[in-house]
Design a protein around this ligand. Structure first.
Ligand SMILES: Cc1ncc(COP(=O)(O)O)c(C=O)c1O
Length: 410
């Protein structure tokens, strides 16, 4: 069913705010999303009535908190169709999930001369941990290319995979180009080459139906704050048999079965990878976000965002038709998610974002944590408008009016 953003907006109190005397048009969802009342209240309720530390307590509150925390894990597992809840590890965010794999799996499975492959369109979170790993163990980090149209160059994938490749790590959806990568095909090709696969799903899990079994990936990472959940919690999905074989990431309370002064034995999954007191209330909030998104329907959210992206591209093309001022990054509508990055001739993206803020329109400007991709595009920065379930065509119209104002000014 088609969603009605105007109805959904009522669920998000912050959208009632005015910024510089204008109603807020929040178009920075790829950086982080806003939170519905259902999530805010779930966290509030949890702190007011059920909060205690989890797992080790025998008292009622600890049991209630444990049940709520583990119920959130079940919700997240179902949301991504994980075959086994033990394969869902709560982390702080996608970045920590990727680092967990780079440390615990990478330091055990990647050695001198081995190869780790990433793409040119990665967020720094899916580049830097692999640089640190490969530099430390003497492995090679190989990048496969992006075409001028902003797609992954699948012809170049064969070259990248031709060698002792241990892992391919790539983003499902680009946070700059908006490209939706053919994740299933890429994963199958990497597996055929003997590599394991990590999908950075930070920009896909919040926006489209994601099924880890259909993708057949070995690891998948995402953040709660980009999907209507609180900051401070994210998740790593891993195949349980791979997670079982990995050493822990961090040591401490909660991740052990037994400790002596000399040595320790690890807890079973998922606790083995959740050392210390986790983000308990945040996980509960993420569970509420998953419920909220599921109620709206991921297919409807995806359709809405793609429609908004197509509309934004159309409107930006109108501006360009007037004075060839626009450069829009990424593939055409139909191949992309609900975000559009662009530059406007003669206006630095930061100046543009500043002028738009005066109009109440929140966009992002900069390299969006993807400097290699910007270098590939011959840019140091771009402006990015990114949409979610509560955004409307009107807000895109206001973006266009704001760009015109900036053009008049500069
Ligand atoms: C594609 C991609 N990967 C990873 C991340 C990192 O997410 P976080 O900062 O929540 O760890 C982001 C955030 O913008 C992203 O867009």
């Amino acid at each position: 069913m088609k969603l009605d953003p105007n109805t959904l907006r009522a669920d998000f109190p912050i959208l009632d705010r005015e910024i510089h005397g204008h109603p807020l048009a929040y178009l920075d969802n790829a950086a982080s999303s806003q939170k519905p009342v259902a999530v805010i209240e779930a966290i509030d309720r949890f702190y007011r009535a059920h909060y205690a530390n989890i797992h080790r307590g025998v008292h009622t509150l600890s049991e209630e908190a444990t049940v709520a925390y583990e119920a959130a894990r079940d919700k997240v597992a179902a949301f991504i169709n994980a075959p086994d809840r033990r394969g869902v590890i709560f982390t702080r965010n996608a970045t920590e999930a990727i680092n967990l794999v780079a440390y615990a799996w990478g330091r055990t499975n990647v050695g001198p001369g081995d190869r780790v492959v990433v793409t040119e369109m990665e967020h720094h979170s899916n580049i830097v941990p692999w640089q640190m790993l490969t530099q430390e163990v003497g492995a090679d980090l190989v990048t496969f290319a992006t075409t001028d149209e902003g797609r992954l160059d699948l012809d170049d994938l064969d070259r990248a995979l031709d060698g002792p490749v241990k892992l391919l790590a790539f983003s499902h959806v680009s946070n700059v180009l908006g490209t939706v990568n053919p994740a299933r095909e890429i994963t199958a090709r990497a597996h055929a080459a003997g590599a394991q696969v990590l999908i950075d799903a930070a920009q896909s899990v919040p926006h489209l139906p994601v099924d880890v079994q259909a993708l057949d990936c070995d690891f998948l990472a995402f953040s709660g704050h980009k999907m209507c959940g609180p900051s401070g919690v994210g998740a790593l999905y891993g195949r349980p048999e791979i997670l079982e074989a990995m050493p822990p990431f961090m040591g401490g309370g909660g991740m052990i079965r037994r400790v002596t002064c000399e040595e320790s034995a690890w807890a079973s999954l998922p606790a083995k990878f959740e050392a210390g007191t986790p983000a308990i209330a945040e996980a509960v909030g993420l569970g509420a976000a998953v419920d909220y998104l599921s109620d709206v329907g991921m297919a409807a959210i995806w359709a809405h965002e793609r429609e908004l992206a197509a509309y934004a591209l159309e409107r930006l093309a109108e501006l360009d038709a007037e004075n060839s001022c626009m450069r829009v990054l990424g593939p055409p509508a139909g191949e992309r998610c609900g975000l559009v990055s662009f530059t406007v001739a003669g206006i630095h993206p930061h100046d543009l974002a500043q002028v738009l803020d005066w109009e109440g329109v929140a966009i992002r400007a900069g390299h969006h944590c993807a400097q290699p991709l910007h270098q590939r595009c011959g840019l140091t920065a771009s402006a990015r408008a990114s949409f979610y379930l509560y955004n409307t065509r009107d807000e895109i119209d206001r973006l266009i009016v704001g760009i015109r104002k900036a053009q008049d000014m500069f």
